[in-house]
Design a binder for this molecule. Structure first.
Ligand code: ZN
Length: 422
């Protein structure tokens, strides 16, 4: 059996960003494929039955698939310049938890199937749609729309999926697979400051707060930077930048806990001595109350139209994605609380595959303390003691779901169960 820390060390050099700190592990890339191969090898070494399904999700089954399965897992891709733990911590912890359950001898006594899962393109950093694998599995994204998505190089998801060994005709909602899952648990590094500075290493997810992405396009008149008087310009960069500058005030005026972010802009054509003809930015808004998200969007949209007309620039706004607030399954969460009575309940501002699955199968999340509170950046952190505490918590939750908590406890106290102790 391998410890979670040593499992993570096996992939610490895979997908390292060559231009700076952090990782580059885009969805459906050679790097994600290398990471998948690592997971498949680790699963095979443990005697797990592995398969890659029609949507590119990797499954590893400890016991034959059947009804009411208990599944745990996460993802292996990263955002550009991402940290070490976002995704891989959940996958390595799943393998480590399997080892504890197997080595205790308790797993053999479960009547429920047990499996591990790795979801592709969770970050949406390649095709712009987060949790693409779980959205395809659940039908949260239409298969035809997904197949037409393009990456920055102009390659469609259909072509990339084909290159990844998938059949585009088979991609899409998989009802029989969903129906076979009775509990899905995702362990994840915490991506905020909910646990930092507290005496708790692990929290239970209460909800994933609603979030959406909108594209704001400003089009004006491209022109010469030297010959066009300031009074004769229709400069989209000026209009868009004014809007971006107003966003913190507009969000705060709507609700003190609403968050709104522009992390990506595009200026066309992008010449130093050229007044741009167009500028786009992408706006991300999140809040637990879907009505607040709508209000923030309306405030920013109005401001965009105002600044646009002041500058003679046309503004068009389109929604790229929207996910309402997801509450994790109440009875599953009460079972998590019964085995982790000290763990606080935390809402998450970040999206996760467990949140996509939650409306379809009972789903829950465990968050492991991140002392920096930083995520989607190289400073994301997780102490080794906390990594191990995360695995301990996951083992307790899985044992409870598998109905083997007594067998596991017997093993840990040197009781009657057969099988090697850890
Ligand atoms: Zn993640």
């Amino acid at each position: 059996m391998s410890d979670v820390v040593s499992l993570l060390s096996q992939i610490e050099d895979t997908g390292r960003d060559t231009r700076g700190p952090g990782y580059q592990r885009p969805g459906f890339s050679d790097t994600e494929r290398d990471l998948r191969e690592w997971f498949l090898a680790e699963a095979a070494r443990r005697g797990l039955d592995t398969e890659i399904d029609a949507n590119g999700i990797t499954w590893a089954w400890a016991t034959p698939q059947g009804a009411n399965a208990v599944v745990t897992g996460s993802h292996l891709d990263s955002v550009p310049g991402g940290g070490e733990f976002d995704g891989p911590l959940g996958v390595a912890s799943a393998l480590a938890a399997f080892d504890v359950l197997k080595d205790s001898g308790a797993l053999e006594q479960s009547t429920r199937p047990f499996g591990l899962a790795v979801f592709p393109e969770e970050e949406g950093s390649r095709f712009g749609v987060a949790c693409l694998g779980s959205r395809l599995l659940t039908g949260a994204i239409d298969a035809d729309r997904a197949l037409g998505l393009k990456d920055a190089a102009g390659d469609t998801f259909a072509d990339v999926a084909r290159g990844y060994g998938l059949d585009p005709d088979r991609i899409g909602r998989d009802q029989s697979r969903l129906a076979g899952i009775g509990s899905f648990i995702e362990l994840h590094v915490e991506q905020g400051i909910g646990l930092a500075g507290t005496d708790q290493a692990v929290a239970i997810g209460s909800s994933i707060i609603g979030h959406g992405r909108w594209h704001f396009a400003f089009s004006g008149q491209g022109n010469h930077a030297g010959t066009t008087p300031m009074s004769h310009r229709a400069d989209p960069v000026v209009a868009a930048s004014r809007v971006i500058g107003d966003i913190p005030t507009l969000a705060a005026a709507t609700d003190a806990t609403a968050v709104a972010t522009v992390g990506r802009t595009l200026i066309h054509p992008g010449g130093t001595n050229v007044i741009a003809s167009s500028m786009s930015f992408w706006l991300d808004i999140r809040h637990p109350d879907d009505a607040v998200v709508k209000q923030v969007l309306e405030a920013i949209s109005h401001r965009a139209q105002d600044h646009g007309s002041d500058s003679g620039v046309e503004v068009t706004i389109s929604q790229e994605s929207y996910s309402p607030t997801t509450h994790f399954t109440a009875d599953l969460n009460s079972r998590l609380t019964s085995v982790l009575p000290d763990a606080p309940l935390l809402p998450s501002g970040a999206g996760h595959d467990a949140g996509i699955l939650a409306p379809h199968v009972p789903s829950a999340m465990l968050y492991v303390r991140n002392p920096t509170g930083v995520s989607h950046a190289p400073e994301e952190a997780c102490e080794v003691d906390d990594q191990r505490a995360g695995v301990d918590a996951l083992v307790k939750v899985l044992a409870r779901e598998l109905g083997i908590e007594n067998a596991l406890a017997d093993d840990r106290t040197g009781g009657p169960t057969t099988g090697g102790a850890q």
